[in-house]
Design a protein around this ligand. Structure first.
Ligand SMILES: [Zn+2]
Length: 340
């Protein structure tokens, strides 16, 4: 089974040769066909090397997420052929991709996977605190939105593949950022960091604040609002909360794992053009609109910034105790104000 994003990815993988480590990590049977999940890894194989992970296509109907991931993958695939700066960086860092986590959903323009499970609500809950009714996740029926899967069932193949990939390529890094590209909430582009299962601040709030300041000072005209994802809404079974907690239990404050969801504000454009895709992507060029080209290039600087940030963690993470306390206080004031 193929669809434009998958065909585009397979075409890229074919051209990569030995420039990257590529793998088919799962095959999902659906409707008598097989849908593959691929991963790509560039750069250092040192488990501790600074790592940037780019994830897309968790929610199938948010195709632009997979497209942004693929667009960055396309440029990086080209840069490793000639750009010395990129290759120097990759000697001591790693950039990894799972650009289409939910191929069945992406093919069907469906949020959930083939079983109608919302993968972003499919992880074992890290806390019993009830999330927002329905929107926060429900185990009542696959025919209602935000379905988390049957009670007590193991994770879906796609969620499990994503977690396994993070464990293999990302969680062992001394400093890593994982960017999960979504769309559909509001009119501005948000960068959501944990937690999403609770409105309480998470342990790395000070680092999030320092990273936000670094982004502000480096790119003063950037378009993003960075905030805890619970300031959008709370959910149960969030994969990033789950992985973040797993990492924290394993590594405490020795290593940093900063998962962030790029939530592209799409209320103005998603409805207009859900299927006219890949306009900036070479051969797959059905509707070459300015809007698509603009969105596909809009986030490249941000992803480069995150690559630089994992390579220079001293600029925003691992602060000495006094500074860390100050940052934490400023961060609580900035994001939570009187709510704490
Ligand atoms: Zn989404």
């Amino acid at each position: 089974m193929s669809f434009p994003e998958l065909a585009f990815l397979e075409n890229l993988l074919e051209g990569l040769g030995s420039a990257a480590r590529t793998e088919k990590v799962a095959s999902i049977p659906f409707g008598g066909e097989i849908f593959p999940i691929y991963t790509v890894a560039f750069g250092s194989t040192d488990p501790e090397a600074p790592t940037l992970a780019i994830v897309g296509g968790v929610h199938g109907q948010e195709k632009i997420g997979a497209q942004v991931a693929l667009s960055y993958l396309e440029s990086l695939s080209e840069l490793v052929r000639w750009d010395k700066l990129t290759n120097l960086a990759l000697e001591r860092s790693r950039v990894v991709f799972m650009p289409i986590v939910n191929p069945v959903g992406t093919r069907l323009l469906r949020r959930g996977n083939g079983n109608r499970v919302d993968l972003m609500r499919n992880a074992p809950a890290v806390s019993p605190i009830p999330a927002a009714f329905l929107l926060g996740g429900q185990r009542i029926s696959p025919y209602m939105p935000w379905y988390q899967g049957p009670p007590g069932a193991p994770m879906e193949v796609e969620s499990q593949a994503l977690c396994d990939f993070m464990r293999k390529e990302v969680l062992s890094s001394r400093c890593s950022i994982a960017v999960d590209c979504h769309s559909g909430y509001g009119n501005i582009d948000r960068l959501w960091f944990p937690y999403s299962h609770t409105v309480k601040p998470y342990p790395d709030l000070g680092e999030a604040y320092a990273l936000n300041n670094l982004l502000d000072s480096t790119y003063p005209n950037h378009v993003y609002r960075m905030e805890p994802s619970s300031q959008g809404y709370t959910i149960s079974g969030d994969l990033w909360d789950y992985l973040y907690e797993e990492h924290r239990k394993l590594h405490g404050r020795e290593k940093r794992f900063f998962p962030v969801t790029l939530e592209m504000g799409s209320w103005t454009w998603l409805k207009k053009n859900p299927v006219q895709i890949l306009s900036a992507m070479g051969a797959f060029n059905p509707m070459n609109t300015h809007r698509h080209r603009r969105i596909l290039r809009r986030h490249m600087t941000l992803l480069d910034f995150f690559h630089r940030a994992v390579m220079a963690p001293e600029a925003w993470a691992f602060a000495e105790e006094d500074t860390a306390k100050e940052l934490r206080g400023a961060a609580e004031n900035y994001w939570f104000g009187d709510d704490l």
